[in-house]
Design a binder for this molecule. Sequence first.
Ligand code: MN
Length: 297
Amino acid sequence: MSAAAAPTTQRTIHRIIRQSGHHWVGDGFRVKGLLSYDDRELARLTSPFLLLDYNAPYEFGPTDQPRGVGAHPHRGFETVTFAFDGAIAHHDSTGGGGVIRAGDVQWMTAGRGILHKEYHDAEWAQQGGTFHMAQLWVNLPAAAKMTAPGYQPLTAEQIGSVELPCGAGTVRVVAGEFDGHRGPARTQTPINLWDVRLHPGASMTSAFAPSDSVAVLVIAGTATINGQDAVDGELVVFERDGGPITIATDAGTRFLVLDGEPIDEPIVGYGPFVMNTPAEIRQAFADFERGDFGRLD
Ligand code: MN
């Protein structure tokens, strides 16, 4: 976040990921897979971010049987879930849990192993309505992959809101900092996560550490990002070549900014586990089978 050291030419856009298809995670999350570490080139440019699933606004009817995904394990990374509309319930094998609503974020550290389940909140599901969320997987460095699991509920109130100059909009700092304002998330490596709203006709320019990974996910409206247009559900991935990013909007927009110091270590993943070597993946399966991840009914 040092503007002084950054080059003045704009950061290069590597690619805008426009994914028209979607898939279901359980029966509760209708997502576009915008980012996956299976793509090695993308994984290098977006490290420490491993995966991004985006549930564009979607209408769910009322039900007494909350939709979602049942107990499953994770090891070696963190899941960060953003609720934009709707209400998401979480329970895990460490006893962590809670419900997040519009503006809240949950930051779950799988570390050496956790079981969790992710559902629509039962009360919300009885009414139904618009559901809009994203889940980001954040890698852990090798030295922290076997850290103790944990859960950070980050409420909209804790996250707060920073006014941009000249009434341009607002920035909600989830992690890291923006203009001297720090977000509430504890992270294992340096990360900035911002949820930004720009009013019609506004723009903002931000500088990042030159070798950082940076990506922008548009979650509402339309934005012009370093001269290229992106709309709701599109992910702009940048090269790790320094330089500022300018985001402008004619009609108003909301977007997430993902900025992280890369973890340049080998990535070996299988399903819910992301480690550094195949042997560590085999160990994860063995430990899971043995019940080392705890219990969750
Ligand atoms: Mn999960």
